[in-house]
Design a protein around this ligand. Sequence first.
Ligand code: NAP
Length: 272
Amino acid sequence: MTGIIGWPVNHSISPRLHNYWLGKNDINGVYIPLPVTPRELQAALKGLAALGVRGVNLTIPHKEAAMDHLDIVDHTARRIGAVNTIVVRENHDLEGRNTDSHGFLENLRASALDWQPSAGPALILGAGGAARAIAFALCDAGVPEIRLVNRTIARAEQLAESVGVGCKVAKLSEINMAVEDVTLFVNATSLGMEGQGDTEVSLENLPTSAVVNDIVYKPLRTSLLRQAQNRGNKVVDGLGMLLHQARYSFEIWFGVKPEITTELRRLISPNL
Ligand code: NAP
């Protein structure tokens, strides 16, 4: 058994993905939503091994809090400061991992074949949990300069300090200048998401050769992506990252790399 622990969790599309892959790979198992309140998180995690659970994903609001209740947290998750995947080891130890960095980069590489990490600076809009995972991914991939732009500047500065060399911070009001020579623009804020308001950043100075990746996936075509596409930029939507991070969790639990098929994208898309 596997599943996703969150509060609330019923909106999650992860059960659809993982149950599809379990079926396709002839694995006798199930992936279920597990609604757990913050107060009961520790007790829920403690019970996983006894219930024979192979692993779980974590979503809002448990990704950071869970770290205090795990036996091992790997290097990637520790750097990001959040766990989205737990592996229940044979000796019943709980290991925390984070598959968002890997999922982001795998998807970007698969969707924007011409993008080369070393070719130039990247700009990340946002400095929350997702932005942290993306900043470390881009740094490890060899992006020479990462520009962090966030509403709350202190949060961007904190992230820049954790990532280290090659990370610069700019204010939202400076974004026009900051995009001038980037090869990659990533929206890692919740802006653009249904009911959240739009990013409202001008892409006027962005080179048309730059890739624009919006990690928001509800809706799939955000206004940022429409704006970028209309001026000729290559665009990458947020569904790919979601699928690739889930795929890596599945591989960690079952040792099989499940396929991201057109059929799977079609299965998921109506829910976005
Ligand atoms: P988070 O930790 O809460 O961070 C939210 C970010 O959005 C912060 O940088 C925040 O800025 C910014 N923000 C929110 N409202 C804003 C506003 N009105 N104006 C300007 N900035 C605003 O959230 P997260 O976990 O990083 O997730 C961010 C988004 O990525 C969500 O939409 C989530 O669904 C999506 N996501 C997608 C994937 C995927 O697989 N595709 C994975 C993870 C997350 P402040 O710091 O100033 O508050």
